[in-house]
Design a protein around this ligand. Structure first.
Ligand SMILES: O=C(O)CCC(=O)C(=O)O
Length: 342
């Protein structure tokens, strides 16, 4: 930075003088910009105050429930046409149904990265993933990418499958919330994504077991993901030292007050305060329960223009997806009665 000559303009005329100051570029400037308070508010909460919190669906030509509890396909609505109220109502619908799928969204997908961010900013704070790739200059856009040249994960050497249930970055203090995911390119077949609903998984368990789970919290370390990213095959990066967080095993949704199981096989490693064998037994039971619950699952087959397990291990065709994820609230323990279901 070259030295800058400037005039000190404050103070009486006689005190004004020219100076050369090395850090002139860092002198105070009080801009009139304003920023909203940095506090997570789920957009769905705003929709609850609307006269009709589902008004955006009036424009739909079809609303198809994919399963009784999880997933709705909405036809005839373009995401690009939703105004602020519509976006809040969509957030509430996603909260209620766990997953909402839209087809024929090429106008949304073919927008600029800035437009993706504008869409995401409605969710307040966007997640910057510590290890994933992103388009240059847009760290808030998380990419999934594989093609014939990709050197990782195509041949699974030490495992039967690369499919693993996960809630990405559950090690964050404020883990992922509302997420928009879409594919830019997809193989002709395969590359579907499976979703499950941990609200329903919890509801299937007996009241006494749920009461026990409510007393527990678990450790979610980020270190394995970081190590995998830096491993020889992946050759990726770690932008933040991996963190490890403790979250309640049963969390409450800030909008509906509903309880959900909050463990996932990829990141949840042990139960706090339990003996190792106890922790392993409980987590194994819960992971098996989620694995076996085919009735709680939705499989999204991607088509060009669709805006949501990696069973594409043998495909050499390009699969390129982008994810815009909000960083939501710190998981609310089941014991917090301030957001009980109404
Ligand atoms: O690629 C997919 O289908 C899912 C992506 C995913 O699991 C993630 O981004 O965490």
């Amino acid at each position: 930075m070259a030295n800058t000559t400037f005039v000190i303009q404050d103070g009486p005329e006689e005190e004004r003088k020219e100076e050369t100051y090395k850090y002139a570029h860092l002198l105070s400037h009080f801009s009139r910009d304003t920023y909203p308070p940095f506090e997570h508010v789920d957009p769905g909460l705003r929709a609850l105050k609307h006269a009709d919190p589902r008004a955006f669906l009036k424009a739909a030509t079809g609303v198809i429930e994919l399963t009784p509890n999880l997933g709705t396909e909405i036809c005839g609505i373009h995401l690009t046409a939703l105004d602020t109220d519509g976006r809040d109502q969509l957030a509430l619908e996603v909260t209620r149904r766990g997953l909402v799928v839209f087809r024929d969204q090429s106008d949304f997908i073919n927008q600029t990265p800035e437009a993706y961010l504008e869409w995401g900013r409605h969710l307040v704070q966007l997640l910057v993933h510590p290890t994933s790739s992103h388009p240059k200059d847009y760290p808030q856009i998380h990419l999934v990418y594989k093609d014939a040249k990709s050197t990782f994960n195509f041949e699974i050497e030490d495992s039967i499958t690369s499919i693993v249930w996960h809630s990405d970055v559950s090690y964050e203090l404020r883990p992922s919330g509302l997420t928009t995911f879409f594919l830019l390119s997809q193989p002709t077949t395969g590359g579907d994504t499976l979703f499950t609903l941990e609200v329903s998984a919890l509801k299937k368990l007996s009241p006494s077991f749920v009461a026990f789970l409510r007393t527990l919290s678990a450790v979610h370390p980020g270190v394995e993901q970081a190590n995998f990213s830096q491993s020889g095959k992946r050759g990726g990066v770690v932008r933040r030292e991996p963190v490890e967080r403790v979250h309640p095993l049963v969390r409450r949704h800030p909008v509906t007050g509903e309880e959900a199981l909050y463990v996932n096989k990829q990141f949840t490693k042990r139960i706090v305060g339990s003996k190792r064998e106890e922790s392993e037994a409980v987590l194994k039971f819960l992971y098996d329960h989620v694995d076996k619950s085919g009735d709680l699952r939705v499989r999204v087959k991607w088509e060009p223009g669709t805006s949501a397990i990696v069973d594409y291990g043998n495909s050499r065709q390009r699969r390129h997806g982008a994810r815009i994820t909000s960083q939501a609230e710190r998981p609310i323990p089941a014991s917090d009665s301030s957001v009980l279901p109404t």
